[in-house]
Design a protein around this ligand. Structure first.
Ligand code: SF4
Length: 180
C-alpha cells in the first residue's frame, strides 16, 4: 500500500535533479543523494525555471553577464536576453509554491537559474576569451530569496554532506511546523 505523503513538508527541487531531461542539452542531473535520500521525509515538487519560462529542450546555453548594477541572462552567442521572461515565470511559480506552503527548495549548483551562490558571473568583453569575474545565485534562486526569505534553500552539491542534509531537513521541518 502506498504511504500517505500528504502530511510531509512540500519541498521544491530543480527538475533535472530528479531525472527529468530538461537541461539545455536535453540531459538530466539525477541526484540520488538528494532525491532518494529525502523522499521518505518530504513531498517533492519538480520545477525547471527555464522550461517554466517557455524555453524549449534542448536550448542554447546561457550565462549571467553584468549590466551596470544588475545581472542579465544571455545566451552564450549573445543573441537573446532571457532575463525578464525568466524572472516573470519565477515570480509566478514561487508565489504558487508559497501559497501551497512550500517549506524548502533544493537547487542545482552553478546553474544561471538555479545556482545557490556558486553561479559564475561572466565577462565577455573579449568574446573569444570569456572570464569568470565572480559568483552569485541563479535568477530563480535570487527571486525565491526575495519573495520567500524564510524558505531554506540548499544546493544538491552541499547535500552530499550528510551533516548538511540533516541540517537542511531540520530547517524544512521547522518551517513546515511553523505554518501548521
Ligand atoms: S538547473 Fe534549473 S533551469 Fe537548469 S535544467 Fe535544472 S531545473 Fe532547469
Amino acid at each position: 500500500m502506498k504511504a500517505d505523503t500528504s502530511t510531509l513538508p512540500l519541498v521544491g527541487i530543480s527538475a533535472c535533479l530528479v531525472g527529468e531531461r530538461v537541461r539545455y542539452n536535453g540531459a538530466h542531473k539525477y541526484a540520488p543523494h538528494v532525491f532518494d535520500a529525502l523522499s521518505n521525509d518530504v513531498r517533492w515538487e519538480n520545477i525547471c525555471p527555464e522550461v517554466a519560462a517557455g524555453l524549449p529542450v534542448p536550448r542554447p546555453a546561457m550565462w549571467l553577464l553584468p549590466a551596470g548594477d544588475e545581472l542579465r541572462l544571455w545566451t552564450h552567442d549573445g543573441t537573446i536576453d532571457h532575463t525578464q521572461s525568466l524572472i516573470d515565470a519565477a515570480e509566478r511559480t514561487i508565489q504558487d509554491l508559497l501559497a501551497r506552503g512550500m517549506a524548502g527548495f533544493v537547487a542545482k549548483a552553478r546553474s544561471p537559474s538555479c545556482g545557490v551562490g556558486d553561479t559564475p558571473i561572466m565577462d565577455c568583453t573579449e568574446p573569444s576569451r570569456p572570464e569568470v569575474i565572480g559568483h552569485t545565485s541563479g535568477l530563480f534562486v535570487q527571486t525565491l530569496q526575495r519573495l520567500g526569505p524564510e524558505i531554506p534553500i540548499a544546493s544538491d552539491e552541499a547535500l552530499h554532506d550528510p551533516i548538511q542534509r540533516t541540517r537542511f531537513l531540520e530547517q524544512v521541518r521547522r518551517r513546515f511546523e511553523s505554518q501548521a
